[in-house]
Write a protein that binds this ligand. Sequence first.
Ligand SMILES: Cc1cc2nc3c(=O)[nH]c(=O)nc-3n(C[C@H](O)[C@H](O)[C@H](O)COP(=O)(O)O)c2cc1C
Length: 255
Amino acid sequence: MEEKEIKERIRNGRNFMKFRAEDEYSDFMSDQQLKKPQPPLCKEKSSECVIPLSKDFDALNISKDFTTILMERKSSRVYTQHAMTLLQLSYLLYMTQGVKEIKGENYATMRTVPSGGARHGFETYLIVNHVEGLKAGRYHYLPLTHELEYLGSIKQAENIIDETLVGQKWAVKANVIFYWSFVAYRCEWRYGIYAHRPALIDAGHVGENLYLACSALGLGTCCLAAFDDHSCNETFKLDGEEEFVVYAAPVGTID
Ligand SMILES: Cc1cc2nc3c(=O)[nH]c(=O)nc-3n(C[C@H](O)[C@H](O)[C@H](O)COP(=O)(O)O)c2cc1C
């Protein structure tokens, strides 16, 4: 890559981070301001194979106090491939994207993570390797009903994990890999040209909640910004334009 192009891309990256500083767009109106219809709060289910998830989190017997959970948070890249239960996975899904309340006439979801304007632009997809009670394969989380839908098996899962996570081979031993996509218009409807910086900040909250939930359960995770956009989108049949993967995290048992 030529130096000129590198400089240009760096400038674009910085401008994206400080975008709100531009005041020349003060006449901008979002689709919400233009009274266009609001997009759905979540993606509809697309499979007939739906697995209900329990919210009996007391049964997990979490005994660590909050300070210990925070202090023990760390990135783990070595997984022991022991059993992980469906209730543990249910906890991780609920603590990262779970819906606590719906506001207004389907105007907004209130979740276990914050989100700019309560837009919650993400969908959660999983590659399950070994979770008790689930067959291996691809899944999608349905946050409104706290269910998982099975999207299908994967041939050569190890290769797909390796490819989607750009050769981070240690992730192949995870019990489950989380991939979060961004459904762009869900946030753009409200914020338009200003939607994208807050959305990435939102992703950070989701990742941190996964870290803390794993810390509470004694599981290991490591949030990943290094992933292959194209193969992630292809794995979950996302168009890469309206919806695309923005963050990932393997989760596994640890010593
Ligand atoms: C946004 C973000 C992206 C990251 N991407 C990767 C990654 O692609 N590969 C990796 O091995 N670790 C990744 N990490 C983990 C960091 O390397 C890790 O948080 C850092 O080394 C500090 O270690 P700690 O989390 O144990 O405190 C990422 C962390 C964050 C928050």
